[in-house]
Design a protein around this ligand. Structure first.
Ligand code: HEM
Length: 344
């Protein structure tokens, strides 16, 4: 299907970001059941699923151009949002190759890649980029390879080095995160960077997830969904930027709750990289207002039930305390309590 891009929409100040009808229908709604609890919800990243967002290795949608612009804006204010430790140079090139090959294969009308030995030519028609460079020689690109390619992709990315039977977050491009800091986490191990998450450690979620990831194979990527809620369609809810977005939570009222509160879903993908043996972790963020979601009957009922019965530890950790009840009150009249079929 032809994508109609919305290059001028914004994720700050006047917040002109909206989803088209088609974008609402392809939203990766994360709740297949009426209740939510952490689990090792990892599945193969194969081109099937309840939404077209699963069809390609890296999903490109109507927000592509605007999100790339937003990334450039955040990086101009804070270049430290992209950081890769020096021993990860091979993983940087692995990432560039994976994203370029995937985009050129999956969206040939927008991207192309041609190779003549180590001389590669990359065209990104959506952003008006054409560069010829030598694969393996960073001096031939305008940015280091990881930064170069992740400036041209939606969502955040981190690079995990594997050593001593553990994973270490040794790099990333993180400008659209749900309140965690790359600057703070860089160099940490799997259990260390997951330290603040409640309940999941005790029920063994992180032990099992790490065990699984250490055995992740090349060409067999996996995925999972994660979610939280954000006030206004703001991508950059980083701790660095907290003074800007933290007070937004105080602006929610029963009158504006359905427009202001957004479900924030992360389609997380994990790829074993071929030369470095590192793991690329993609965190692709989708935002939809309660209003937009409420247009789908099953979603408005299910969101109501999940929020109503959410464990208090998750409410606090996800920062929902000030407005969760307002969302529940808004959705309650739509929910007749009848059983809903499993699945999204
Ligand atoms: C939360 C990173 C993989 C489960 C987080 C946080 C970070 C993170 C930075 C926020 C922690 C904070 O509050 O500071 C990563 C990275 C991964 C990865 C870099 C790549 C290997 C996984 C996997 C699972 C997982 C495979 C599977 C169970 C979770 C859960 C949370 C979390 C349940 C809490 C999320 C929430 O309630 O919003 N992760 N993670 N993570 N992670 Fe991961």
């Amino acid at each position: 299907m032809t994508i109609v891009f919305k290059p001028t929409e914004t994720f700050h100040d006047d917040f002109t970001y909206r989803n088209s009808d088609a974008a609402i229908l392809r939203f990766p709604f994360p709740f297949g059941e009426d209740a939510y609890m952490y689990s090792v919800n990892i599945e193969p990243h194969v081109p099937v699923g309840p939404s077209p967002v699963y069809l390609h290795a890296f999903d490109v949608d109507e927000h592509y151009v605007a999100e790339c612009r937003e990334r450039a804006r955040v990086l101009a204010l804070d270049p430290g949002r992209c950081k890769v430790l020096p021993h990860m140079m091979t993983a940087q090139w692995d990432t560039l190759e994976l994203i370029m090959e995937s985009f050129a294969r999956d969206y040939p009308e927008h991207f192309s890649l041609s190779k003549n030995g180590s001389t590669w030519t990359w065209q990104n028609r959506l952003l008006g980029i054409e560069d010829k460079f030598t694969f393996g020689d960073a001096a031939t690109l305008p940015y280091p390879p990881f930064e170069y390619i992740t400036r041209q992709a939606q969502g955040d990315f981190t690079l995990q080095d594997q050593r001593n039977d553990n994973l270490f977050v040794d790099g990333g491009m993180v400008t659209t995160q749900a309140d965690w800091s790359l600057e703070f986490d860089v160099g940490m191990s799997f259990h260390e960077w997951h330290g603040p998450v409640p309940l999941a450690h005790q029920i063994g979620v992180f032990d099992r997830a790490l065990k699984f990831l250490l055995r992740l194979q090349q060409a067999q990527p996996v995925r999972r969904l994660n979610w939280t809620m954000t006030i206004n369609p703001r991508l950059d809810t980083s701790p660095e930027n907290y003074p800007v977005w933290g007070p937004d939570r105080l602006t929610v009222t029963p009158e504006n709750v359905a427009q202001k509160v957004h479900l924030r879903v992360e389609l997380q993908t994990l790829f074993r990289l071929p030369r470095s043996n590192a793991i690329l972790f993609g965190i692709r963020c989708y935002l939809a207002s309660v209003d937009e979601l409420a247009r789908v009957e099953k979603w408005r009922k299910r969101l109501h039930r999940v929020l109503r019965d959410l464990p208090p530890e998750l409410e606090t950790y996800k920062g929902l305390t000030r407005f969760r009840q307002m969302v529940i009150d808004y959705l309650a009249p739509f929910d007749d309590g009848a059983p809903l079929a499993k699945g999204c």
